[in-house]
Design a binder for this molecule. Structure first.
Ligand SMILES: Nc1ncnc2c1ncn2[C@@H]1O[C@H](COP(=O)(O)OP(=O)(O)OP(=O)(O)O)[C@@H](O)[C@H]1O
Ligand SMILES: [Mg+2]
Length: 384
């Protein structure tokens, strides 16, 4: 820190004035006495102490400044300069060196009403206040001030000291937390809507309580698995392979019964929930009627990514082999509804199902949204 910095210059010029006055009074046309020499030495020692003290304050990471009893700023440290984004004029700027002040709700806070002004005018320490400083470049810093009046030996108010604690990080964390709570609320509501829709559709398609219980539990478990995978990525995305493995792994005995082939493609949460439910329906159908219902049957799932960066499409091909000979179905249950209606309505997927005698073939083409957004409820299943 240089002696030419404005705050020290002012302090020192004040100090010089005191010394000059003293020298003037002391001389009175006469030579210095040993008494006034020791007084001068004491003043010089005080000056050195003062400088050390201010250097110490400058080294602190917290913004600190002082005012005189009238509220005029007499000192501020480098951390205050950083917080304010400016160097207010010492002896002229009043109450606070910030460019502009606001209350936490964003309404303007005149400097004459700021916590430091209150502390001086009411001669009391002000605690629990919060404000926002705006720098000349327009950036804003939320802070907590700690203005404290200072008194001399006789108890007379001589000024005040204020420490400003930058709470930008805390505010950001609070905002983030509030956002997460809102997001969680949104997701829980969507999830409950989905569970309700799944329950209604499963009940309509079931003939016995046992059938309902088994199908419903399987579907809820599939949802839970997808959510667990999404949670690992802060509810943002799941890889296509993981999405398929969540359902097909229990059937993969290592003999090549389940083959997965495709590049690494992340599926955003919006798409992951309905798509994984579709994979669950394809898997349970394969286990009930198709290739996974007999020994020696196999499933091969491959996927590709096509399209431009902002209009990407994930194309999944599902092929069942060596299962029982099959025929086009006579009934349409929950699985068909989800694949044919829900996927189209919810995520704009194009789905083709072919009931070939040698095994079922399905092709699902899903447009992938460019932005990451929260999942939507599978509302249309409620009407199924
Ligand atoms: N992989 C498959 N192999 C052979 N037939 C299939 C296959 N998947 C579906 N089917 C036929 O298509 C029909 C309709 O399937 P869908 O999933 O819609 O209903 P479901 O499985 O019978 O009942 P739900 O899905 O409501 O539990 C099935 O009853 C079955 O005859
Ligand atoms: Mg089914």
């Amino acid at each position: 820190m240089s002696d030419h910095e404005p705050h020290l210059t002012l302090l020192e010029s004040e100090f010089e004035r005191v010394l000059d006055n003293y020298a003037h009074e002391a001389s009175g046309g006469q030579n210095s006495t040993s008494e006034n020499r020791s007084h001068t030495e004491e003043l010089l020692r005080e000056r050195a102490r003062d400088r050390r003290f201010r250097q110490l304050l400058d080294a602190l990471p917290a913004a600190v400044y002082t005012t005189d009893a009238a509220g005029r700023i007499t000192f501020y440290n480098e951390a205050a300069v950083e917080l304010w984004g400016c160097r207010p004029e010492l002896g002229k700027s009043e109450w606070c060196g910030s460019w502009k002040l606001f209350w936490p709700d964003g309404t303007p806070l005149p400097h004459k009403n700021c916590p430091m002004a209150v502390a001086l005018k009411e001669d009391r320490a002000v605690r629990g206040a919060e404000a926002i400083a705006e720098r000349p470049d327009g950036t804003r810093v939320p802070f907590i001030p700690y203005p404290t009046p200072l008194h001399d030996g006789s108890g007379k108010l001589v000024g005040a000291v204020n420490m400003l604690v930058d709470i930008t990080d805390r505010k950001r964390a609070e905002d983030q937390q509030a956002l997460l709570v809102r997001e969680l609320h949104h997701r829980v509501k969507n999830m409950l809507a989905t569970v309700q829709a799944v329950m209604g559709s499963t009940a309509r398609a079931s003939t016995t309580m046992e059938e309902f219980q088994q199908a419903f539990t399987g579907r809820i478990m599939a949802l839970a698995r997808t959510h667990s995978s999404l949670a690992e990525d802060q509810w943002q995305a799941i890889s296509t392979r993981n999405l398929l493995c969540n359902e097909l792994d229990p059937y993969d005995d290592g003999s090549g019964r389940v083959q997965l082939n495709g590049p690494a493609v992340d599926v955003p949460a919006t798409v992951a929930v309905p798509l994984s439910m579709a994979v669950h329906e394809l898997t349970t159908n394969a286990a009930k009627y198709g290739a996974l219902s007999v020994l020696g049957g196999s499933i091969s799932v491959s996927w590709t990514l096509a399209g431009e960066a902002d209009r990407r499409e994930l194309a999944i091909t599902w092929i069942e082999r060596d299962g029982p000979a099959i025929e086009p179905p006579t009934r349409h249950g929950f699985g068909s509804q989800l694949l044919e209606r829900v996927l189209k309505n919810q995520i704009g997927a194009r789905v083709t199902i072919l009931y070939k005698s040698e095994g079922l073939r399905a092709r699902i083409v899903v447009p992938l949204p460019s932005e990451r957004s929260p999942p939507t409820p599978l509302d249309s299943m409620g009407a199924a």
